[in-house]
Design a protein around this ligand. Sequence first.
Ligand code: BGC
Length: 398
Amino acid sequence: MKAKKLLAVLLSLVMCFALVACGDDAAKKDDAAKTDTQQTEEKKDDAAEPAAAGGNKVGIAMPTKSLERWNRDGSFLEEQFKSKGYEVKLTFSDNKIDQQVKDIEGLLADGVNLLVIAAIDGESLSQVLAQAKEQNVPVISYDRLIMQTDAISYYVSFDNYTVGKLQGEFVRDQLDLDNAAGPFNIEFTAGDPADNNAGFFFNGAYDTLKPYIEAGKLVVQSGQTAFDQVATQQWDTAKAMTRMQNILGSNYSDQQLDVALCSNDSTALGVTQAIASDYKGKNNVLVTGQDGDEANLQNIVDGKQTMTVYKAVANEAKVTLDLGVAILSGKNPGEELIKDSGWDFDCTYDTSSYDNGTGIIPSFLLVPTVVTKDNIKSELVDPGYYTLDDKGYAHPVG
Ligand code: BGC
């Protein structure tokens, strides 16, 4: 009996030793396949779970080079992931939905381990992302929420409703709507209906100004106040210009336009062109925007646009990197990503605002800021996002 027990103990000790040695070998192999930086990342967090998803190839799908910001997003994201030793495949799809589907198929065929996607059309990626899910490739929905697919792990963006709210509040404060009698005339220009963000921006602005429209202090002479009436396909500058030229021709030959509330800079650019070519009034129209595009910042300095809502995409890329690294090391981070990462900018973890039709997508949301002629230096240049030339115009870094 005693001898049997002793044998059993000995056997189990031998097995334990073999298992540990095996595990060690596997871990060593695994480590060898990873870059130094990834190992450091893993070591940083004592509670780190063993790498589940793994891999070090990241596919980044951006919508187009024709809208300024995505060039910046693409290069910041690429730079960030490369700086941590990841291999990066970056695609731009010329704002063509079919092209983006093909590009994502290509990235999957290339064996990427993580996808970061800013969708052209939020509703058109369900099929290709089902493929991603089948291949166990996690997806971060970048800036724009991808709809109708359960393949999305996380959403990284800015607080999109707040972007619109900041524009609405700016108009309210500039016109002193709580005290002034008005009435003031306003026209709205919103973004692409295929972009889930566009509705958030518009609603944020419209909800803020609605009480003043209802009180008759703000008047929309064109009568166009529904999102579908004011939307701009593909956020296209020329389309925004043509629509505003029509509005000016039909409604403002003998009226003053006080405000052109534009959801972003590419549409604001078209609207300011229409004002320059077709507006008969002599006043300065208050024009809003978003992004801090180069031409718009120049217009702000020259007094043709009044403000832009700036979103530091360099920081959006940082959040995406830290989230991507966590996902690739088998973690499923929430609030703690914000605490552990020690970013020097604000970000919130939101688990209630963004439902993509298959359920709530956990979201990391950064905070947008208002930029005017008066704070270009403090908001954009001093933090290192832009440089100023000798004419006082700002140029993005990176
Ligand atoms: C982005 C904006 C941008 C717009 C057009 C939106 O999804 O959030 O920053 O202006 O797309 O590119």
